[in-house]
Ligand binder design. Structure first.
Ligand SMILES: C[S@@+](CC[C@H](N)C(=O)[O-])C[C@H]1O[C@@H](n2cnc3c(N)ncnc32)[C@H](O)[C@@H]1O
Length: 233
């Protein structure tokens, strides 16, 4: 077997610093020119997120139910956007907060206050991740000695920029297999943010989907309330 046959595209990614703004502009343009097909900005963005998640989670019934109710042209646009995200995050491994940037650009065009968040610019997240993680090799050695994974928790995760930046730094410094020693947790009160984060984390973590827990803060609150009620009764 020669070297090229031996290569596994997931085993040795080059974390690129490609033309990220071009991808964002293309996605925004696709939504912008066609948002009337979705019945408004918020819908346009959420439907793209929902369909992407149904596809990634293999929720075929929900996927079919949603596309049957959509304009066919909107379905085509959505699949173009999903394809772009897959290419940059999953194949090219250009880790960056695309959806957060798309969200902010769409929010600036929309009159609705539903999309009302601002996220930390990705280069600042990268700098913060470097400071926060420190020496990654020694973090991993310590976690191996203690037979556990290093947990990274973002309590107000937004589109996941901080978690993505941590991943990027880990991969850059110790390679993709470094992620084996980490687990990522995120929560947010805004379901749109949870969806964005979930998509970007899944697409950059193909082999490690299981070490990711993302939960909508309200879901978490309900679970705690139910647990408390059952412990009282
Ligand atoms: C300014 S954004 C920052 C997001 C992300 N940490 C970043 O740096 O890009 C603040 C985030 O906190 C979330 N948030 C606000 N109150 C929250 C709460 N009580 N519990 C969980 N998330 C909350 C918002 O929905 C929003 O996504």
């Amino acid at each position: 077997m020669n070297n090229s046959e031996n290569q596994n595209p997931w085993s040795d990614p080059i974390v690129c610093n490609g033309d990220t703004s071009n991808t964002v502009n293309q996605i925004v343009k696709l939504i912008e020119h066609n948002y009337y097909l979705f019945g408004g900005w918020t819908n346009a963005f959420e439907q793209v997120l929902d369909l992407t998640l149904y596809a990634l989670n293999r929720q075929e019934d929900k996927y079919m139910e949603t596309i049957r109710a959509m304009d066919k042209r909107a379905v085509t646009i959505t699949s173009q956007i999903v394809g772009m995200l897959m290419k940059v995050l999953c194949y090219d491994y250009c880790i960056w907060d695309y959806l957060g940037e798309v969200y902010m650009q769409i929010a600036s065009m929309s009159k609705s206050k539903v999309l009302g968040q601002f996220f930390t610019p990705f280069h600042i997240c990268e700098m913060m991740a470097k400071v926060q993680l420190g020496n990654i090799k020694s973090l991993i050695s310590k976690s191996q000695r203690e037979n556990r994974r290093v947990s990274i928790m973002e309590p107000c995760v937004g589109s996941g920029a901080m978690l993505l930046a941590c991943k990027k730094i880990i991969i850059e410094e110790v390679g993709l297999s470094g992620l084996d020693h980490f687990e990522f947790f995120g929560q947010d009160i805004d379901p749109v943010c949870v969806k964005m984060c979930r998509i970007q984390m899944i697409l950059t973590d193909y082999r490690y989907m299981t070490n990711l827990l993302l939960i909508h803060a309200v879901e978490l609150q309900n679970k705690i309330a139910t647990a408390n009620e059952s412990s009282v009764s």
